[in-house]
Design a binder for this molecule. Structure first.
Ligand code: DCT
Ligand code: MG
Length: 520
């Protein structure tokens, strides 16, 4: 359970200053920065706390004082490109090292000297990376403008912050990551425990903080914020005072949480299956693979087979290369077909767990049969590693569903594609130790008829929290039902048609938000 907001924390803890470190705790001169990319926020938080407990100075942001930049799971080129993108110019006195340097230092209880085996040395190829590929110039044929703007004011025209994410602009610039990372872990923890109420409370609170243009510095800052209850406020207060939350640390160390997180990271494994395996005493992927009593679905078999590739996130460049393949395949059969990148990449994310596309034809009905042809073409090319087609059950007289999580009725396909590294410019000469020159990529294809295109695009662009709040807003505030197929006015009993996303926002009386502002 959570500590009451004003109750003293259970364990005795050192107060921290704004950079989360009390000077008296720091034993060493080295100033460390951990790169979150690929490492993930959860592990980065864990390592940061571990290091700080041992007297290391670990910075939350990359600044001039940093002497050691530590990355995990990235190639040297990826790290250097990441640094270049952040305009880090003077690197003369900075050691860019692999996680092995950090773990050896933790084990030794003191920063070990940097050996050449620790260093991430850049290849010649890096010098070729001059212009940054931006998600806004992908060349998809229907609207895909996702130019990232600065953090919005976060305040509505009335000066208040709306409880609905569809009335807040949320870009990828998150000024409150330290709090939202904690909330995201707790939301997941409650999701794993099937406590929907608590899960939703933490997701909503996280979403509100992501939309703010300022960093929360004290408890009074919370007064103007919606969707914060005693539990979420207690976590914020704990982080403000101590730099982290004990509850979050406990969850991150919890065996059940770690195992369920691991198992649900397998494509095709949901919460129920993960729990079943956990109850059987299974704790690792090796144990799962070795358990002869388990019957895996076709999807899970593919998930296990391509696990390492799928777990390493898809980059924007890889998404773009996949987009070209899908587009070429579609255009062979219908030169007018629209292949539109959606999901997180449309919102401007640089990395995602999959690549989502909407495919349709300009004339209603012409999209029928297209998916099968595209899949045959990809099979012929030898790049379709796995696919599962869900047939259309769409009926255009159907009243939109009230259930947010309900899957839509369009024909769709969950696939794994084999992407040759030669098609990704920054990876052209990369091969792994086994000589593998391709990566398995998760791809979702959705095929709505043109009449539903705007609704499908809006629904699949996400984020999930944005979609959830958009539907809640429509229902509660406008007495309308919205889903991926259409918009229905309960007062008049009529469907409202839309050609573009702007039309849907207008029907709902909402200011239009760009995809890049929907990262709620
Ligand atoms: N979506 C939805 N209902 C769900 C799941 C997803 O409406 N139950 C929508 C919102 C996002 C979009 O579909 C694509 O889903 P994901 O690929 O899971 O999300 P994403 O934002 O693209 O995230 P990622 O970058 O991790 O792929
Ligand atoms: Mg996605």
């Amino acid at each position: 359970m959570f500590a009451k907001p004003h109750a003293p924390p259970v364990k005795k803890r050192q107060k921290l200053n704004s950079s989360n470190v009390s000077e008296s705790d720091i034993k060493f001169e080295e100033v460390i920065f951990l790169v979150e990319r690929k490492m993930g926020s959860t592990r980065r938080n864990f390592l940061t706390n571990l290091g700080r407990r041992k007297g290391f100075r670990i910075e939350d942001s990359l600044n001039n004082a940093v002497t050691h930049i530590v990355a995990e799971g990235n190639s040297p080129d990826e790290v250097w490109k990441w640094l270049q993108d952040r305009n880090v110019k003077d690197m003369t006195d900075v050691a860019v090292v692999d996680i092995s340097w950090f773990t050896e230092s933790m084990r030794a209880g003191t920063p070990v000297s940097v050996e050449s085996r620790h260093r991430l040395v850049v290849s010649k190829q890096f010098s070729l990376w001059d212009s940054r590929v931006s998600p806004s110039n992908g060349g998809y044929n229907v609207e895909d403008s996702t130019i990232i703007k600065d953090c919005s004011a976060g305040l509505g025209s009335s000066g208040t912050i709306s409880q609905y994410a569809c009335q807040r602009k949320t870009t990828l610039k998150n000024c409150n990551k330290i709090f939202t990372d904690a909330f995201d872990v707790l939301a997941e923890h409650f999701e794993f425990n099937e406590n929907k109420g608590h899960c939703l409370a933490f997701m909503r609170a996280s979403s509100v903080l992501k939309s703010l243009s300022f960093t929360i510095r004290n408890y009074r800052d919370l007064e103007v914020l919606p969707c914060l209850g005693p539990q979420t406020k207690a976590v914020i207060q704990e982080i403000l005072e101590y730099g982290n939350s004990l509850k979050v640390q406990d969850v991150l160390m919890d065996e059940r949480y770690k195992t369920i997180k691991l198992f649900t990271s397998i494509f095709g494994v949901g919460l129920k299956t993960a729990e079943k395996w956990y109850r059987k005493g299974l704790r690792s992927l090796d144990e799962v693979k070795a358990d002869t009593s388990l019957r895996f679905t076709k999807m899970q078999k593919a998930g296990l087979l391509y696990y390492d590739d799928i777990i390493s996130s898809v980059s924007w460049e890889e998404a773009k290369a996949v987009g070209q393949i899908v587009k070429d395949a579609c255009r062979r059969f219908d030169p007018d077909a629209a292949v539109v990148l959606t999901g997180g990449f449309r919102r401007g994310k640089e990395f995602g767990h999959d690549v989502d596309f909407i495919i349709t034809a300009p004339e209603n009905g012409k999209e029928v049969g297209l998916l099968q042809k595209v899949l045959s073409e990809l099979t012929y090319q030898g790049i379709l590693l796995y696919y599962d087609v869900i047939d259309s059950t769409f009926d255009n007289a159907q009243i939109p569903s009230k259930m947010f999580e309900a899957m839509d009725h369009f024909e769709k396909c969950f696939a794994i594609l084999k992407l040759k590294k030669e098609l990704v410019s920054s990876k052209q000469s990369e091969k792994d130790i086994n000589g593998k020159d391709w990566k398995a990529i998760r791809v979702d294809l959705v095929i709505p008829p043109m009449a539903c295109y705007a609704f499908a695009l809006l629904g699949w662009s996400g984020s999930r929290q944005f979609e959830r709040d958009l539907r809640r807003y429509a229902n509660v505030e406008k007495k309308m039902l919205l889903d991926n197929h259409g918009l229905y006015d309960k007062t008049t009993g009529k469907f409202l048609s839309a050609k573009t996303e702007e039309d849907i926002f207008a029907h709902l009386g909402l200011e239009y938000l760009e995809p890049s502002e929907r990262n709620a």
